[in-house]
Every structure is written in structure tokens, then in C-alpha cells.
Design a protein around this ligand. Structure first.
Ligand SMILES: [Zn+2]
Length: 104
């Protein structure tokens, strides 16, 4: 015999709910370590997908701007190149940075 934590009523050991007040009195399962780890990864997944989506909002405009600059023969700023290198594409950024020296 155990007692309801809510009202103190004596309840059967295998009872899930108190017969008097209806409060759950079954054994509260402690979440397993794996579930906790999964939760952490779910949160990380949300953060990483958020991280992927937010830059996407300006990597596309940056790419479009670069395409326009190339088409119109204009040069982009070094800041733009570095930002492209870090945030859009590493190889593209390197090519932008060294491209000016190689071209006539
Ligand atoms: Zn109760």
C-alpha cells in the first residue's frame, strides 16, 4: 500500500491514479539518458537548421550581387569577398580574392 502524494489517500501499489482525487500516483519514470541526449540533439538540430536558414536569406542576395558584378565587369569589395569566403562558399571566396591578380 502506498499513499497519494496529493491527498494522502491510501491507494493500491499498482494504481496509476488515486481513487479519491484522481491525481496520478504511478511511478514517475525518470527519463533515460538516451532520451535526454536525444533532446539535446533535437535542440542542436533546431539551432543548426536555424543557422542554415538565416544565412540563406542573404547568401542568395550575395550570390545574385556577385553574378551582376561579374556580368557588368564591376569589382566587388574585399569585404564582400571575405564575407563570401566565410559565409557563402570557401572556394568561391578564395577565387574572388585571387581572381583580380590573375586577370589582366
Ligand atoms: Zn489522492
Amino acid at each position: 500500500m502506498k499513499y497519494c502524494a496529493n491527498c494522502g489517500n491510501a491507494v493500491e501499489d499498482d494504481a496509476t491514479y488515486c481513487s479519491r482525487c484522481g491525481a496520478p500516483c504511478g511511478r514517475v519514470k525518470k527519463p533515460s539518458t538516451l532520451k535526454v541526449i536525444a533532446e539535446v540533439f533535437m535542440v542542436l538540430g533546431c539551432i543548426s537548421s536555424g543557422w542554415a536558414l538565416i544565412p540563406l536569406c542573404w547568401t542568395i542576395p550575395m550570390t545574385v550581387k556577385y553574378f551582376k558584378s561579374v556580368k557588368e565587369g564591376r569589382d566587388v569589395s574585399t569585404g564582400f569577398k571575405v564575407c563570401s569566403l566565410i559565409f557563402v562558399n570557401f572556394i568561391a571566396g578564395i577565387l574572388m580574392l585571387v581572381g583580380d591578380d590573375i586577370e589582366d
